[in-house]
Ligand binder design. Structure first.
Ligand SMILES: [Zn+2]
Ligand SMILES: [Zn+2]
Length: 148
């Protein structure tokens, strides 16, 4: 990470559109409505222009307090959460089917299960299945996946 991302802001700025700092009370009108990252004007006369959340707490334990329902979820680092989501969705991505490793070959985007695109070509010493591309004759091995 490149230093604190919330310098000049009262809560962490969004990370590629992800802003998780909002009221977590599902029946509250502010549910899912992100807090304003800008510092808020002080004084009651400007109350109408103020954000619906108040930032409160010690600097190492900040939370936003919802002015509608009083819920006060801790302030989260959007970047860390996005990284977490990406890690999880990476995990959920189906295994990509191996294809011809020759980047100039038309089979580059054709998976090895495609009929007639490849032929099996024995096994490597480590027991991986080898294939030969029928278009460019490139041979390549596909490590066997023990979980499948
Ligand atoms: Zn609320
Ligand atoms: Zn090929």
């Amino acid at each position: 990470m490149t230093g604190p991302q919330n310098v000049g802001f009262r809560i962490p700025i969004d990370s590629n559109g992800l802003q998780v700092n909002f009221c977590k009370n599902p029946v509250c009108p502010n549910f899912g409505r992100p807090a304003d990252v800008e510092r808020q004007p002080r004084g009651f006369q400007q109350a109408s222009s103020q954000d619906v959340y108040i930032v409160a707490g010690a600097s190492d334990n900040l939370h936003i307090k919802c002015r509608r329902c009083g819920e006060s979820p801790p302030i989260k680092n959007n970047l860390a959460i996005r990284e977490e989501i990406e890690r999880m969705s990476d995990y959920l991505k189906p295994d990509q089917e191996p294809t011809c490793p020759n980047t100039s070959c038309d089979n580059r985007l054709i998976g090895i299960s495609t009929p007639k695109a490849y032929q099996s070509f024995g096994k490597t010493r480590s027991g991986s299945q080898r294939y030969r591309c029928r278009l460019c004759n490139t041979t390549f091995s596909v490590s066997s996946n023990p979980s499948s």
